[in-house]
Ligand binder design. Structure first.
Ligand SMILES: N[C@@H](CCC(=O)N[C@@H](CS)C(=O)NCC(=O)O)C(=O)O
Length: 136
C-alpha cells in the first residue's frame, strides 16, 4: 500500500475518527490539512477529490474514498483484519450509526461515551486521543 493521505480539518470529529483508527492500527499516513473554516473544502482542487466538499477524504493507492463509515470499514478490513469491527450485524449497524452522527451532535456523543453500554461495547484506547493534538 502506498502512503496514505488523509484530507481534512484536524478538529473535525469525522476526521478524528479516521485518524484515531489509523493511530490504533499504527499505520503511517500524512495529514493534508483542508480547512473547512476558511472554505478550503469548497475549492476546485478539493471538490475534485470529494464532490460533496466534506472532510475527511482519504487517498490510498491512487484511489480517493470519502464518507467516514466507509473509510473506517475499508481501513479496518484491509489493514487490521477487522480487529476494530463487530461481526454481529446489529453491532456493526450501531457502529455505523454512531459514526454517522458524530459531527452532528457533540452533546449526544458525549452522553453516548459516558453510557456503560457503549463503554463496554466500544472500548476505545484513549491513548490515541492524546497523540492527535487536534487543536493545532
Ligand atoms: N457524511 C460525512 C460527513 C462529514 C462532514 O460533515 N464533515 C464536516 C466536518 S465535521 C464538513 O466537512 N463540513 C464542511 C461543510 O459542510 O462545508 C462523513 O461521514 O464523512
Amino acid at each position: 500500500m502506498s502512503k496514505l493521505v488523509v484530507y481534512g480539518t484536524p478538529a473535525s470529529t469525522y476526521v478524528r475518527t479516521v485518524r484515531l483508527l489509523l493511530e490504533e492500527i499504527a499505520v503511517d499516513y500524512t495529514l493534508h490539512r483542508v480547512d473547512i473554516l476558511n472554505g478550503e473544502n469548497k475549492s476546485a482542487e478539493y471538490l475534485a477529490k470529494n464532490p460533496f466538499g466534506k472532510v475527511p477524504t482519504i487517498e490510498v493507492n491512487g484511489e480517493l474514498l470519502y464518507e467516514t463509515a466507509v473509510i473506517t470499514e475499508y481501513l479496518d478490513t484491509t489493514l487490521a483484519d477487522r480487529k476494530f469491527s463487530f461481526s454481529e450485524l446489529m453491532l456493526q449497524a450501531r457502529m455505523r450509526q454512531i459514526i454517522g452522527k458524530l459531527g452532528r451532535n457533540p452533546v449526544l456523543l458525549a452522553r453516548l461515551y459516558k453510557s456503560c453500554w457503549y463503554q463496554q461495547k466500544f472500548r476505545c484506547k484513549i491513548d490515541s486521543v492524546a497523540k492527535l493534538n487536534v487543536c493545532t
